[in-house]
Design a protein around this ligand. Structure first.
Ligand SMILES: *Cc1c(COP(=O)(O)O)cnc(C)c1O
Length: 398
């Protein structure tokens, strides 16, 4: 079966929510993917910042197979070893004392929203998030998402979600009412165009939370787990949240999410207040344990920082060479964006498609930035190959 045949079969049966590349992927290894026609790709998408250790990392594959052969699922009516080991690792390596496990980013954020409300008590239910944010596609997380295009057609949305202008702590503080219970933000906005929040801005948000007795929730679903060069993005920004959510890279491709918080705040979620049938599934948890062990291993995070420095330098070179298409580079670690000029933005989708034709996978985030989220194990040679492909595409468009 060819790509075209697979695509025809898929298009005949799926609800049309996705605009997919015309390829059926069949195999992955490290930073490489292969499609049904046997074409090879250099993958700088990593399943949207998910496969951070690369495709089919041997240690993760081994952990998945080992766990799948002994126990796949029992629900949270029972304790399981991988889930406990994972929670212990998360607690030992973060500000948090307690963990709730779900299956996705949206579910982790739902848990955070419910926790913030129940902890804050009756009448305190409003959560302020930022314009341009992305927090998921369930009704509550889409309401928290500060992008009107995701709301359209789904009203009425759950109440109590307010969006502050990006970058201005004063206007944010002006939105606080007696009903407000929390401020929710990503340390770096991924989906809307790789927009980092400056440390001073995040520190100002922390101060506002403290002044008004609000919880600070960091959505680290995309920035967490080594993506920005530290285990969690907030660790390099001098700001600690009260609640943090994780998902994308946690299982290196298996679906798992987590919501972390302190002992004091966690105490509000008592027996029966929240649950997930699959949450912290043993196979997904076994994968996540291995992911954390690899990332916490000697030199891993330092190597992400070194690769980031090299990649940023190379992308800056591209921006200098093609100023009519690109204006600069932004992001942290290996969550990087090439900011496009007005002309570049017009050509954004075209650039992504031409890169695909060249066998290089990237995407166009927030309709303004080319986003690069390679596996964190990417080599300098692979970065060079990506840059060469980009230059070939830009030469053709110039
Ligand atoms: C991807 C993402 C989500 C949603 O995660 P899902 O697993 O798709 O539900 C939430 N927040 C951020 C910051 C994300 O990048």
């Amino acid at each position: 079966m060819s790509n075209e045949q697979w695509a025809a079969r898929g298009n005949a049966v799926f609800i049309g929510t996705y605009n997919r590349f015309p390829a059926a992927m069949v195999k992955g290894s490290g930073c490489r993917l292969w499609d049904a026609d046997g074409k090879e790709y250099l993958d700088f998408l990593a399943g949207i910042a998910v496969c951070s250790l690369g495709h089919c990392h041997p240690r993760v594959t081994e952990a998945i197979c080992r766990q799948a052969a002994s126990l796949v699922h029992v629900s949270n009516l029972f304790h399981t070893q991988p889930q406990i080991e994972l929670a212990e690792l998360l607690v030992a390596n973060s500000f948090a004392d307690r963990v709730f496990m779900g299956n996705s980013g949206a579910e982790a954020n739902e848990a955070a929203i419910k926790l913030a409300r129940i902890y804050s008590g009756p009448g305190k239910y409003e959560i302020i998030s930022l314009a341009g944010s992305f927090h998921g596609r369930t009704l509550a997380t889409v309401a928290a998402t500060g992008q009107p295009k995701f709301h359209q057609g789904f009203e009425p949305l759950p109440q109590g979600f307010i969006h502050a202008e990006f970058g201005d702590p004063q206007t944010l503080e002006g939105l606080i009412t007696p009903q407000t219970c929390a401020i929710l933000c990503e340390p770096l906005q991924g989906e809307s165009g790789v927009r980092p929040l400056e440390p001073e801005y995040l520190q100002a948000i922390r101060t506002i939370c403290d002044r008004h007795g609000l919880l600070l929730i960091f959505d680290e679903v995309q920035t967490g787990l080594g993506r920005t060069g530290t285990l969690f993005a907030h660790q390099q920004l001098g700001v600690t949240p009260d609640i943090m959510t994780l998902a994308k890279a946690l299982g290196n491709g298996l679906p798992i999410g987590a919501m972390l918080t302190t002992e004091k705040i966690a105490a509000s979620l008592t027996v029966g207040t929240h649950a997930s049938t699959f949450g912290g599934n043993p196979v997904a948890a076994a994968a996540a344990v291995e992911v954390l062990k690899v990332m916490l291993g000697d030199g891993f995070l330092a190597s992400v920082q070194a690769r980031s420095r090299y990649f940023v330098e190379r992308l800056q070179g591209v921006a200098e060479r093609y100023p009519h298409l690109a204006t600069g580079v932004r992001g942290r670690g290996l969550l990087l964006g090439l900011v496009l000029s007005e002309r570049g933005i017009e050509l954004g989708m075209e650039i992504v498609q031409q890169m695909f034709a060249q066998g290089a996978l990237i995407n166009f985030a927030g309709n303004r930035v080319l986003r690069f989220v390679p596996p964190l194990i990417v080599s300098n040679e692979e970065i060079d190959q990506l840059i060469d492909a980009l230059c070939r595409v830009f030469d053709r468009l110039a």
